[in-house]
Design a protein around this ligand. Structure first.
Ligand code: T4K
Length: 363
């Protein structure tokens, strides 16, 4: 049997590049508390992505919570049901109420035409996701937010490297929160970050991240512990020189998957309408849940393991309950994310595509 192929694998830089960085950590004994490697990672990400401020965090979930806390939000936050649970649970942890707005069937992102109907006197913010790295309609969302005096936080967990008119998608809205989890295109093991063009807000987020301390160690905010460690930053710094290569590889493999699958007409793809995707995932929508199950079984027989990101639609989770979101529910039952990471070469894309087509055609 071949080695298992998972939906993703972390890009691992040469180990000696990480140990070189760790050498300095061992010499200084500084492991955390906004150390030099965390600061360097923040600077290098700002330069590489042309963004103004990056506040590195423990993980993407904490980055979302810090975003809500940094903007001092209390009330209802409109969000998407087609996401990872963290989008919603971060809202609840910050004592706000998530309200779901259904998605666009083509982009899998929050449908801007449904936002205004969902606004109530309690609504304080909109929190869409750039799903799988596909930029939301940031212009339409900002217009609605401005009309109603709402804040915009983007869950940009998948969106490192995605752009709108040549500008990083992370720079839109009041804040973006991203993830550097091991399963992400750019990773630090665990990690994440808040991105904002507002320098004062970035300073406030740094205080929130550090128990609410200011530089003199006075407590000036209700903060918590959202700090990234030097060890996690070292992994990220060693990956930085490979970021453009990783993005190019993802884009090339996405084109190949599409080229091989499209002529058979058995799957539908995510439509990118409002910018350039980083192709961080490769999602396909099959004709039915039975076709998804059949594809999963056929691939598993070859030791290949795609994933049903995101299933179920969050509004169907008993703990969250609520609004009916038919488009999200439909996509959630028919979606499959195919293996898509740096180690996947053209012959593997061909193999996966051919198994998928055969399985889908049988349904
Ligand atoms: N917002 C959105 C839209 C998100 O998608 C996420 C996280 C967040 C917010 C929150 O960000 P974080 O707080 O996580 O930074 C993963 C990740 O845990 C999660 O980060 C991610 N989204 C979500 C979509 O997927 P699983 O359930 O896929 O993990 P697992 O363990 O099944 O891994 C999938 C495959 O990856 C494995 O089959 C093998 C491979 N893998 C995984 C790990 C952890 C490795 O090769 N090495 C590893 O260390 O959750």
């Amino acid at each position: 049997m071949n080695d298992p192929v998972y939906v993703t694998r972390p890009f691992l830089p040469p180990l000696e590049d990480v140990t070189k960085l760790l050498q300095g950590v061992w010499e200084s004994g500084i492991l955390t508390h906004n150390g030099p490697l965390v600061q360097r990672l923040e600077r290098e990400l700002c330069n590489s992505l042309s963004i103004r401020n990056m506040v590195a965090t423990t993980n993407g979930t904490v980055a979302l919570q810090m975003a809500i806390r940094g903007l001092e939000l209390q009330g209802e936050i409109l969000t998407t049901p087609f996401s990872w649970i963290a989008t919603c649970s971060s809202i609840i942890w910050e004592h706000c109420t998530p309200k779901f707005v259904d998605i666009d069937r083509a982009t899998f992102n929050m449908d801007p035409s449904l936002i205004e109907k969902a606004i109530t006197p309690k609504t304080v913010a909109i929190m869409p996701v750039h799903t799988f790295g596909n930029p939301c309609d940031v212009i339409a969302i900002q217009e609605i937010a401005d009309r109603h005096g709402l804040k915009v936080i983007y869950d940009a967990a998948h969106a490192i490297g995605s752009t709108v008119d040549g500008k990083s998608v992370l720079e839109f809205g009041d804040l973006s929160a991203t993830s550097f989890h091991a399963t992400k295109l750019f990773q630090t093991g665990e990690g994440g970050g808040c991105i904002t063009t507002d320098d004062n807000l970035a300073e406030k987020l740094k205080r929130i991240r550090f128990f609410g301390h200011n530089e003199q160690k006075d407590i000036v905010e209700t903060g918590f512990n959202g700090k990234m460690t030097e060890i996690h930053a070292a992994i990220g710094l060693a990956i930085m020189p490979h970021l453009s290569e990783i993005l190019k590889h993802r884009s090339k493999n996405s084109c190949l998957y599409k080229q091989l699958l499209e002529p058979h007409g058995c799957v539908r793809f995510q439509t990118v309408k409002h910018g350039q995707s980083n192709h961080s995932y490769f999602p396909v929508v099959l004709e039915s849940e039975a076709a998804v199950e059949s594809a999963i079984n056929a691939l598993a027989n070859e030791n290949i393991f795609p994933r049903r990101y995101f299933h179920p639609s969050l509004n169907k989770i008993r703990l969250l309950g609520g609004e009916s979101c038919p488009k999200s529910e439909e996509i959630a039952t028919q979606i499959l994310c195919l293996p898509h990471f740096f180690g996947v070469d053209a012959s593997l894309v061909e193999k996966i595509s051919s198994i998928l087509v055969k399985a889908a055609q049988k349904c």
